[in-house]
Ligand binder design. Structure first.
Ligand code: ZN
Length: 155
């Protein structure tokens, strides 16, 4: 595109079909290696989510929070999808749970099935403890949280 110039009271200035912002945007895309910009993040790789939970979903604070775009996963390019971080995190959490049960099983010298059964029984016990009437709110909450964590290990 050929720029044209005009003369005004400030001197000569460049006139073209594109604004400076659009040229700057195109430079950013070029530097990031984006050929076809992602429709969601417009090629920037990040997106302003309306909830603080961002791409994780679920509960989050009601504010705009920028995080990696969950359509292109950070590449900014519609045709070059990056690693799905949400799937990666889910796989990592599952691995951590399995390793935790394996560690307990190994440490106690019991088989995995019997460890899984014992964790379930511990979760039941913790849940019963959380329902005791004489417990204060925080202790009750701790027992309840423990029961949820233990159940999460064997799901
Ligand atoms: Zn994107």
């Amino acid at each position: 595109m050929k720029d044209t110039y005009t003369y005004n009271r400030l001197g000569y200035s460049r006139l073209s079909d594109e604004s400076d912002e659009i040229r700057a945007y195109k430079r950013v895309l070029k530097r990031r290696g984006v050929d076809v910009p992602c429709e969601k993040c417009k090629g920037l790789g990040t997106f302003g989510y309306g909830s603080g939970s961002t791409y994780h979903g679920g509960m989050g604070v009601a504010s705009i929070k920028f995080d990696v775009c969950n359509q292109c996963w950070g590449t900014g390019d519609k045709n070059k999808i990056g690693t799905n971080i949400k799937e990666l995190e889910t796989a990592q959490h599952q691995w951590e749970k399995e390793e935790c049960v394996r560690y307990l099983s190994y440490s106690l010298g019991v088989t995995l099935p019997s460890m899984t059964k014992a964790i379930g029984e511990l979760a039941d016990f913790a849940e019963k403890q959380s329902r005791k009437r004489k417990l204060d709110f925080f202790k009750s909450n701790n027992w309840y949280s423990l029961s949820k964590i233990l159940r999460g290990l064997i799901e």
